[in-house]
Design a protein around this ligand. Structure first.
Ligand SMILES: Cc1cc2nc3c(=O)[nH]c(=O)nc-3n(C[C@H](O)[C@H](O)[C@H](O)COP(=O)(O)OP(=O)(O)OC[C@H]3O[C@@H](n4cnc5c(N)ncnc54)[C@H](O)[C@@H]3O)c2cc1C
Length: 296
């Protein structure tokens, strides 16, 4: 199939893009890397009357590694993140997750903001943004607003973006010293969307867990933050003798809290099982990294 007819605009400035989007209202769509939008257009899953191609707006390509935070503009591709030494040093969780997004050709073209704006429940970046406590910077004709990650994701393929608005950048705070993080996932084939995955981040002071973040991927609605598991770990002593019990408790809470859907890829029960397995693996690796241990 081919897309339904649409008007195509390729503005060179953000102001111009926002004006076109404001005029189009609910009939407008941003085109970034096109890796998700073009298939949806071709299958006529979406039929926007106006497409705003943002690829000529140079200012949106900014990737800035600051002392306190990382800023990822709307045209930063997955591959840009993988190449950046500042991201590797300061935000290894982002790097690890990005390496598991699709294949090189898709990572060369697809954008991080596009992935977040699309909010596929099986995508890596929404969960990473939630785990790191990041912020989405949204712009519209009326100005800018900053939306905390957890308020940004509103359900499957749905976000806090309103008609006429676009995501201009993502901000990720720098993790605290003593933090270890890990992203793990299971997919049927290398490069496929994950059936399930987990992003974990533990901040350790010696053997005491001062902060825990755990987000599960692939459960149906978008990133699922496992708050009950985080609460079970925060403030707890996690050493060689207590680790097994602490993580078993956290995993049980994850499995009790998730509410996965059945689909052609996996049953709800299998997804729940995987959520537990992924959580355990991510927590173990995050802990080892926080403590500076070698992991095999
Ligand atoms: C074969 C294949 C395998 C893939 N596997 C994975 C995978 O394993 N994991 C994964 O996460 N992704 C995967 N993807 C998707 C890929 O990561 C896309 O890059 C990503 O989902 C969307 O980014 P994009 O820049 O291509 O966005 P586009 O396709 O251009 O846009 C996607 C949606 O987001 C909106 N949008 C994009 N940018 C903005 C913005 N700045 N503001 C507002 N709205 C915006 C568009 O309007 C559209 O609705 C795969 C894609 C393919 C084709």
């Amino acid at each position: 199939m081919k897309p339904a007819w649409f008007d195509y605009y390729a503005p060179r400035t953000l102001d111009e893009a926002l004006r076109i989007l404001a005029d189009a209202g609910p009939d407008g769509r941003v085109l970034a890397g096109g890796q998700s939008l073009v298939p949806m257009l071709n299958l006529r899953i979406v039929k926007p009357a106006v497409i705003v191609d943002i690829n000529r707006i140079e200012a949106l390509g900014r990737l800035y590694v600051g002392p306190d935070r990382l800023t990822v503009g709307a045209l930063v591709r997955h591959a840009d993140l993988l190449r950046d030494p500042g991201v590797e040093e300061g935000w290894p969780l982002i790097r690890e997750a990005t390496a598991q997004v699709a294949h090189p050709a898709i990572r060369n073209r697809g954008t991080v903001c596009g992935s977040v704006a699309h909010n596929d429940p099986a995508a890596e970046h929404p969960s990473v943004l939630v785990t790191l406590g990041g912020t989405a910077v949204v712009a519209g004709d009326g100005g800018r607003r900053e939306v905390p990650a957890e308020e940004f994701f509103a359900g499957m393929l749905s976000t806090a973006l309103q008609p006429g608005e676009m995501l201009v950048e993502l901000c990720y705070p720098r993790p605290l010293p003593g933090t270890g993080a890990a992203f793990v996932e299971v997919a049927r084939r290398l490069g496929d969307f994950a059936i399930a995955g987990a992003a974990a981040m533990l901040t350790m002071h010696g053997d005491v867990c001062e902060g825990a973040r755990l987000t599960i991927v692939g459960m149906g609605e978008g990133p699922f933050r496992a708050r009950s598991a985080e609460a079970a770990l925060t403030g707890r002593r996690i050493d060689r003798t207590t680790q097994q019990e602490a993580f078993a408790e956290a995993v049980a809470k994850v499995m009790a809290a998730v509410d996965p859907t059945d689909d052609v890829h996996a049953s709800s029960d299998y997804r729940r099982h995987l959520a537990g397995v992924m959580a355990a693996r991510a927590l173990e690796t995050a802990l080892a990294r926080a403590k500076g241990e070698q992991i095999g």
